[in-house]
Design a protein around this ligand. Structure first.
Ligand code: GLU
Ligand code: ZN
Length: 276
């Protein structure tokens, strides 16, 4: 019966690394938080490989990431979902949005966008994906078969019309703009893929770094448009280095593999990120 304990959705969290570099302290923190949350609730922790960027993803990074996560004591059901296998699901979502006239093709390059977006003396307004797109291509035809030879952008203002906008900040059109949902080189995008996959995997709680909190309104809007359940989002603090700079993948000195080679234990790693 609805609402009874037997039907209560089990808590499902995930860690979704892109195998484009080593697992560093910040990633480990995110993964351990999501894992601990699921274990504490008797739920499930999932791993998903976010390898849509095939120009940057490397099997050896993936192997190292999985090995580091196992070493940290994390476990997850297999086989793991891999975004490079998910093209048909992304195509279906893009088709649905295209058929409703919510997407338009964009052929601008970076320089076109900068030139159109910024007055000479002022910086261009920034959104989660960089400069807010000035809408140059929004008049391009939206009929016929969905184009696959150019990027596709979401017409965010149009997407917000009607009930879909309920509960989203009013300033979404100006703070996120018309984001790219399908990149020409990938046929999809981080935003589209993550939303489609979190829903397909029944993820109930998304724990991720606060660097992604600006992307969350985009994800909620996409869930409304695609009729998907919105999970609970929590954004955790970022692990910074001594200079207060956010750790990036190129900061290989903070790679878990380096700490391991130096003799650190999983407990030491937990202590380093304040999870002891
Ligand atoms: N794959 C993304 C990354 O490694 C994380 C996506 C997410 O947690 O939403 O930054
Ligand atoms: Zn354009």
């Amino acid at each position: 019966m609805a609402g009874s304990d037997g039907n209560r959705a089990r808590l499902i969290t995930r860690f979704a690394p892109s195998p484009t570099g080593p697992l560093h302290l910040g990633h480990a923190y995110s993964a351990m938080l999501a894992h601990d949350m699921a274990m504490a609730a008797g739920g499930t922790f999932l791993l998903r490989i976010e390898d849509i960027d095939q120009t940057r993803a490397r099997p050896q990074w993936e192997a190292q990431i999985l090995d580091d996560l196992h070493w940290l004591g994390l476990t997850w059901p297999t086989p793991v979902m891999r975004q490079s296998d998910r093209g048909p699901a992304y195509d279906a979502a893009l088709d649905a949005l295209w058929q409703r006239g919510l997407l338009y093709p964009c052929t601008c390059n970076r320089r076109d966008i900068l030139t159109a977006a910024s007055a000479p003396q002022e910086g261009a307004p920034m959104g989660p994906d960089g400069v807010i797109y000035p809408g140059t291509c929004s008049g391009k035809p939206r009929s016929g078969p969905r184009p696959t030879d150019s990027a596709l952008r979401l017409d965010t203002s149009l997407a917000l019309q009607g009930n879909d906008a309920h509960g989203l900040p009013d300033d979404v059109p100006t703070t996120i703009g018309d984001v790219v949902l399908a990149r020409r080189d990938m046929g999809t995008s981080y935003h589209l893929s993550v939303v489609v996959d979190d829903a397909a995997q029944g993820v109930t709680h998304v724990l991720r770094g606060e660097d992604l909190s600006d992307a969350t309104p985009i994800h909620i809007l996409l869930q409304r448009l695609l009729g998907l359940v919105t999970p609970t989002y929590r954004h955790h603090r970022l692990i910074r280095d001594e200079a207060g700079k956010r750790l990036a993948k190129r900061d290989d000195a903070r790679a878990i593999a380096i700490y391991r080679a130096d003799g650190a234990s999983p407990q030491d790693i937990r202590a380093m990120v304040g999870l002891a």
